[in-house]
Design a protein around this ligand. Structure first.
Ligand SMILES: Cc1cc2nc3c(=O)[nH]c(=O)nc-3n(C[C@H](O)[C@H](O)[C@H](O)COP(=O)(O)OP(=O)(O)OC[C@H]3O[C@@H](n4cnc5c(N)ncnc54)[C@H](O)[C@@H]3O)c2cc1C
Length: 336
């Protein structure tokens, strides 16, 4: 498949980038590891690529009075290796370290990871016109649904591919967006949208907007966190199911928690039923508490023909994550 000609633009400021991106057919280019494959595979044909590489505003990890701000152009490798983040937000650095391969983590950026497009075969094939590309039906449903969602599907059944999204939602992160109308901050949990809101997009980015940064709040005393990811291949593979678990404990009880699942829904799925169950739970009979939280985390799932395996996988990953956090032991988790 040959590439169609396109313009390559290098803005000097976020404002200029937003203005260039407001033009029809323009797309933001970060590391290019997803965007350029979509172009080479003939899935999309933008008329202009607006490089974000020269924008200093989008770089760096900086401690703030109320947490940490991470620029959208930070590479995944730099985040995985950041010792400050490793100590305070382990779930995030574990998620980053488990993404793809070293080469992709070196070029892939936080913003690109959050805004990457779905991996559904039927979306990625240039030969099929699925709902996301303007077609009138989901071709995956009668085809292969092994990798699709078990929660939140509505005409389209993709899963959100980003591991960073799952970890960041579990950290109650906010995202800063910059566009032609200026800057705005929203909770990352509200940034990701399901097919019911706009079947052709996976997030709330408006025309011309870019992700500028992500902010993490300070976490309560006694917080520990982890990211567990089950995949088919050990190297360079997306999650079949993943869990980001964050738990704060004081005086033998859970005082704060977030349980977020990846690979099960078109967005990072916050398992609030499990969170409610865990809040206030005593940390004595850890196995029982963890198993019940796992069961509740996925209780509302409605699997498709080929993906009922995700229900047990998700329940078990949640259980393992909680056992690991409450016992302080690392766990062996299933790789397939
Ligand atoms: C073999 C392989 C395995 C992978 N495995 C995993 C995995 O296990 N887990 C996982 O999470 N990911 C995985 N990925 C995806 C990979 O992490 C992404 O390709 C990468 O993070 C995208 O970042 P980028 O900077 O290269 O983005 P680009 O390719 O430049 O952009 C991706 C998309 O985001 C948009 N975009 C980029 N930056 C911004 C911004 N700041 N604001 C608004 N829009 C923006 C672009 O327009 C484009 O649509 C895998 C990819 C490959 C090829």
């Amino acid at each position: 498949m040959s590439l169609r000609p396109f313009q390559y633009l290098e803005p000097d400021s976020l404002e200029e980038a937003a203005s260039l991106l407001s033009k029809d057919g323009a797309r933001a280019l970060a590391g290019g590891s997803d965007l350029l494959s979509e172009m080479k595979e003939g899935v999309i044909a933008p008329q202009a690529l607006v490089s974000l590489a020269g924008l200093e505003d989008l770089r760096g990890v900086e401690a703030t009075s109320d947490g940490v701000r991470i620029g959208a152009m930070s590479s995944l490798a730099s985040l995985a290796a950041n010792t400050e983040l490793q100590q305070r937000y382990r779930v995030l650095t574990e998620a980053a370290a488990g993404i793809a391969t070293p080469q992709i983590r070196n070029v892939g950026t936080l913003g690109g990871n959050l805004c990457q497009r779905p991996r559904c075969f039927y979306y990625r094939s240039p030969h099929t016109l699925c709902l996301k590309k303007g077609g009138d039906s989901c071709l995956a449903l009668p085809g292969n649904s092994k990798y699709l969602c078990i929660i939140g599907g509505e005409r389209c059944y993709i899963v959100h591919p980003s591991d960073m999204a799952v970890a960041l939602v579990a950290l109650d992160a906010d995202v800063e967006l910059c566009g032609p109308a200026g800057r705005r901050n929203i909770p990352l949990n509200e940034f990701f949208t399901g097919p019911g809101s706009n079947i052709r997009a996976e997030n709330a980015l408006q025309h011309g907007e870019v992700v500028a940064s992500v902010s993490l709040p300070l976490l309560p005393e006694g917080t520990n966190s982890t990211y567990l990811k089950a995949r088919e291949r050990e190297a360079g593979d997306f999650a079949l199911v993943s869990v980001a678990a964050v738990v704060a404990v004081a005086n033998g009880r859970i005082t704060w928690t977030r349980i977020v699942l990846g690979g099960v829904a078109p967005y990072p799925f916050r398992a609030t039923t499990a969170e409610e169950y865990l809040m206030g739970a005593a940390t004595v009979d850890v196995d029982t508490v963890a198993a019940e939280a796992g069961r509740r985390a996925i209780a509302g799932a409605t699997p498709l023909r080929d993906n009922a395996y995700k229900v047990d996988l998700a329940a078990n990953l949640v259980k393992l994550a909680i056992i690991s956090l409450l016992s302080g032991d690392d766990v062996e988790w299933p790789k397939s």
